[in-house]
Design a protein around this ligand. Sequence first.
Ligand code: 13P
Length: 257
Amino acid sequence: MRKKILAANWKMNLTNGEASDYLEVLVKELGEVNDVEVVLIPPFTAIAALAALSDRAPFIRLGAQNLHWEKSGAFTGEISAGMLRALYVKYVVVGHSERRLLFGESDAVINRKVRAALEAGLRPILCVGETLQQRENDGVEKVLEYQLREGLRDVSPKDFSEVVIAYEPVWAIGTGRTATSDQAQAAHAFARRILAAVSDHAIAERVRIQYGGSVKPENTEELMRKPDIDGALVGGASLDPRSFAQIIRKAEAALAA
Ligand code: 13P
């Protein structure tokens, strides 16, 4: 049984002070969470503030939005996996479509980051997903297969089930336009077949595949009921702790259904 993972990707939003206030509200809204995993992914500058409050919310895991693949050195502006580990970070987003499209990250760079994260004991959240143009020209499956095979190249079998995949169709990000639950399920099932092809069936069954793209409280439960959707990577609707708390509650409700 894969534990569902609900992650808040704040992108370039919220200061360290705002992050602390957010956590207070989230904890008040939620009380305790046992059945799903909750991850907060703030900007680098707010990680320490959240880490300092971890005893207030022991069920919350911390994530980062990016990393550099080298351990240290002359890489101005970059952050290493070891630096994140030292702040109790467990997850790191790799290959988000905004990094791919706005900052020119290639699949080869993304693969180096995935491997650097695993080597340091971080769990990468590898983001994949097609643009609208790719969907129309190449088809979803071709894009997903390429991004998964390249992103996971040379990942050792022992590390494989540490990886989380996030399927984020680019046309659904920040647009209010969600993939239907059937569209998302089809893409997730396909992604799992590719995972089985590059590792094996048993490992692929253990890997969690999150959906991302205009997830909000109103569409969470239906998405989370699908057999291959193992959580959500939430952008805009995660910036308000009350709305993210509702998303978590809806995901729990989907388990009970
Ligand atoms: P939105 O939820 O704002 O569409 O963003 C999704 C996303 O990119 C999460 O990583």
